[in-house]
Write a protein that binds this ligand. Structure first.
Ligand code: NI
Length: 172
C-alpha cells in the first residue's frame, strides 16, 4: 500500500524536531517500519529514523549484526539508559547528509530499552556497530544530526557542503 518513502535532506526543518512517543502499536506502525526498512535498503543504509522520512515519531530501524544472521531491528520509543564512560571515534554518515562522512566520538557501550512492534519491552546492551547505529539514530529523534557532534574546525570544513545540501532540500 505504501509507496517509496522519501528521505529528507539536511536543511529540512522536520529533521530538527523533538519527536513524540509512539502510542499506537497498530498496522499503520508496522507499515511505516516496512517502508523505512525498504527506504534504508534502497539507499544501502544501516539505520534510519522516522523523522528522516518526515514522521514525527520516536521510532528507528537499525541493522543488527549481533546474531549469526544480520537482521534489521525496529526500536520503538528507544531510551538509552546507560552510556559507558569509555568513548571511541568512528566514521559516520547519514542518509540525510549524502556523501558526507566524519569521525564522531561516542560512548562505546550502551544499554537501550525499547518496545517492539507489539509494544513489548526489551533491552539490549552492546558495544559494537549496533550500539553506534542506535546512538546515531536515537539522536535523530531529538533533532540532532551527527555533524552537530563535530568540533568547530571540522564543521567549518564541511560548511560549504552543508549549505549546498540545505539548498537542495528547499523546494525549487
Ligand atoms: Ni542519520
Amino acid at each position: 500500500m505504501r509507496d517509496e518513502l522519501e528521505i529528507l535532506l539536511y536543511g529540512d526543518p522536520r529533521l530538527r524536531v523533538h519527536c513524540r512517543a509512539v502510542e499506537r502499536f497498530d498496522d499503520e506502525l508496522s507499515a511505516l517500519v516496512d517502508g523505512m526498512i525498504a527506504a534504508m535498503a534502497r539507499e544501502q543504509g544501516i539505520g534510519l529514523a522516522a523523522p528522516q522520512v518526515g514522521r514525527d515519531l520516536r521510532l528507528l530501524v537499525a541493522r543488527d549484526h549481533r546474531g549469526p544472521l544480520p537482521t534489521v531491528r525496529p526500536l520503538v520509543n528507544p531510551r538509552i539508559v546507560f552510556r559507558s564512560p569509555e568513548r571511541a571515534g568512528y566514521s559516520e554518515g547519514c542518509l540525510s547528509l549524502p556523501d558526507i562522512t566524519a569521525d564522531v566520538e561516542r560512548p562505546v557501550r550502551i544499554r537501550v530499552e525499547f518496545q517492539d512492534l507489539q509494544g513489548r519491552e526489551h533491552q539490549i546492551e552492546d558495544d559494537g556497530l549496533f550500539a553506534r547505529i542506535v546512538q546515531h539514530e536515537a539522536d535523530h529523534l531529538d533533532g540532532i544530526l551527527f555533524v552537530d557532534h563535530l568540533g568547530l574546525v571540522r564543521r567549518k570544513l564541511l560548511a560549504r557542503r552543508l549549505r549546498e545540501l540545505a539548498k537542495r532540500s528547499q523546494p525549487a
